[in-house]
Design a protein around this ligand. Structure first.
Ligand SMILES: *Cc1c(COP(=O)(O)O)cnc(C)c1O
Length: 386
C-alpha cells in the first residue's frame, strides 16, 4: 500500500538519539534547547517553545493568550479537530469561519462576519501546507484588536510574501507527527517573537512551575513555586535530537514535495479527469503537506467511489477533513449549527488527499494518476444519483 504520508528517517537521526540515550539528560536537557534554537532560526522567529505534540502546542498558544470562558476564537470549518478543541480546553468558544472554495483556506471575508464583541483571536490553518492570506488576516486582527495565531501544523517550510512560516502570526503552532513536514515521533512547538508569550508557555508546559528540573540542578536549589495550573507538555531530548536532524533536511524535503506536486499537476491537467487540484495563491510557497484534489461532482466523480477505487488499487488516499462542527461532540453534545459554512460543507463531499511524501518517486505519482484514469466515473456518478 502506498501511504498518503510517511516519515523519512536516516542514519543521522539514529546516531543522534544514541548520543542522547548515553547522556545524562533524557528530558529537560540540552537537546531540547538546541532544537528550540534550530526551529527559531529555521522559521525566522525569536523564540520556539517545544511541546509533546501539536495539540499541546495549540493549547499552550490559547493559554498564552489567556483565552477563557466567554471568549470566542475564530477557526476555519475545515481543519483537524485539535484546532478547535484547544479553544475548548481553555473554556473558550470556537466560532467557525468558512473557507475559500478554491484553496480551502480560511476566508477573511467570512472571518470579519463572524467577529463579535467577545472575539479574542483568529486561528489561521495553513491547510495542505499553503499559508493563509496573512496580510489581510493581520489587517482584520489589528482593526478589531485580536490576536493572530497560525495553526502551521501543515506548513513548516512554506513562505508568504518572502516571510517564513513560523514568523507570520503572533503565535505559530507546529506538529511533528510522522506525516507532517518534519517528525519527532510525537512532538510540537510554538514560535513567537514575544518573550512574554514564550515565558508563559514554558511555565504552562511544566505544571505552571517557575523553574524546570535542569534549572534547579544548575542553581543548586530544591525549591520551586507553582504559579499557575499547568500541564506536563514537555518534549523529550530523544525526540528533540530527531527534530534537529530533521530540520537540517527541511529544505530538501520541501523541494521534493514541491516537485512531486508539480508532477501531479502536470499529469492531472494533461488528461482532464475531473480531479481538480486546489488553487495555488501567487504570493506564497506551499510546504505541500497534502496533495488535495476535488472530485468534481459536475463531471460525475463520486468522492467515496474514487476513494474506494484507489484503496483497491493499493493507494492509501485519505480525506482531510470533515468540517469540525459535523462531529457528534460538536453537533450533538455542544449543539453547533450545521449550516454556517456552506462552502466547507460542499467541499467536504468532494475532497480527496492523494499520497505525497519526500521519498515518493515520479513513478508513484504516475501510478496514482493511472489509477485515477481507470476510475469508472459515469457508473459511479449514476450510482450516486440513484
Ligand atoms: C496534526 C495537526 C494537529 C495536531 O497535531 P498532533 O501533533 O497530532 O497533536 C493540529 N492541527 C492540524 C491542522 C494538524 O494537521
Amino acid at each position: 500500500m502506498l501511504p498518503y504520508g510517511k516519515q523519512q528517517i536516516d542514519q543521522d537521526e539514529i546516531e543522534a538519539i544514541t548520543r542522547v540515550l548515553r547522556s545524562d539528560w533524557l528530558t529537560t536537557g540540552p537537546a531540547v534547547d538546541r532544537f528550540e534554537e534550530d526551529l527559531a532560526t529555521a522559521t525566522g522567529s525569536t523564540h520556539a517553545v517545544a511541546a509533546c505534540n501539536g495539540t499541546a502546542a495549540l493549547h499552550m498558544a490559547m493559554q498564552a493568550l489567556e483565552i477563557g470562558p466567554g471568549d470566542e476564537v475564530i477557526v476555519p470549518a475545515i481543519t483537524f479537530v485539535a484546532t478547535a478543541n484547544a479553544v475548548l480546553y481553555q473554556g473558550g468558544c470556537p466560532v467557525f469561519a468558512d473557507v475559500a472554495a478554491d484553496t480551502l483556506l480560511i476566508d477573511p471575508e467570512d472571518v470579519e462576519k463572524k467577529i463579535t464583541i467577545r472575539t479574542r483571536a483568529i486561528v489561521a490553518v495553513d491547510y495542505a501546507g499553503q499559508p493563509c492570506d496573512y496580510r489581510r488576516l493581520r489587517e482584520i486582527a489589528n482593526r478589531h484588536g485580536l490576536a493572530l495565531v497560525a495553526d502551521a501544523c501543515h506548513s513548516l517550510g512554506g513562505q508568504y510574501a518572502g516571510k517564513k512560516v513560523g514568523s507570520l502570526a503572533d503565535l505559530n503552532c507546529f506538529s511533528f507527527h510522522p506525516v507532517k513536514p518534519i517528525t519527532t515521533g510525537e512532538g510540537g512547538a510554538v514560535t513567537t517573537c514575544s518573550a512574554d508569550y514564550a515565558g508563559r508557555m514554558r511555565k504552562f508546559r511544566n505544571h505552571g512551575l517557575d523553574s524546570d528540573f535542569r534549572q534547579r540542578a544548575v542553581s543548586g536549589r530544591h525549591a520551586y513555586a507553582m504559579l499557575d495550573l499547568g500541564f506536563n507538555y514537555r518534549l523529550t531530548d530523544i525526540q528533540a535530537a530527531i527534530g534537529s536532524c530533521q530540520l537540517q533536511k527541511l529544505e530538501r524535503f520541501t523541494q521534493q514535495r514541491q516537485w512531486l506536486a508539480d508532477c501531479y499537476a502536470q499529469h492531472l491537467s494533461r488528461s482532464d479527469l475531473g480531479f481538480l487540484p486546489l488553487a495555488r495563491a501567487e504570493d506564497r510557497d506551499s510546504a505541500w503537506h497534502l496533495f488535495v484534489v476535488r472530485c468534481q461532482s459536475a463531471q460525475k466523480i463520486c468522492r467515496d467511489g474514487a476513494y474506494e477505487h484507489l484503496r483497491r488499487s493499493k493507494i492509501g488516499c485519505n480525506v482531510h477533513y470533515q468540517p469540525v462542527y459535523q462531529h457528534p461532540f460538536y453537533s450533538e453534545t455542544l449543539g453547533y449549527p450545521q449550516d454556517t459554512c456552506p462552502v466547507a460543507n460542499a467541499a467536504y463531499q468532494e475532497i480527496l488527499t492523494l499520497p505525497l511524501f519526500p521519498a515518493m518517486t515520479e513513478a508513484d505519482v504516475a501510478f496514482v494518476c493511472d489509477a485515477l484514469q481507470r476510475f469508472p466515473r459515469n457508473e459511479q456518478g449514476k450510482s450516486q444519483a440513484a
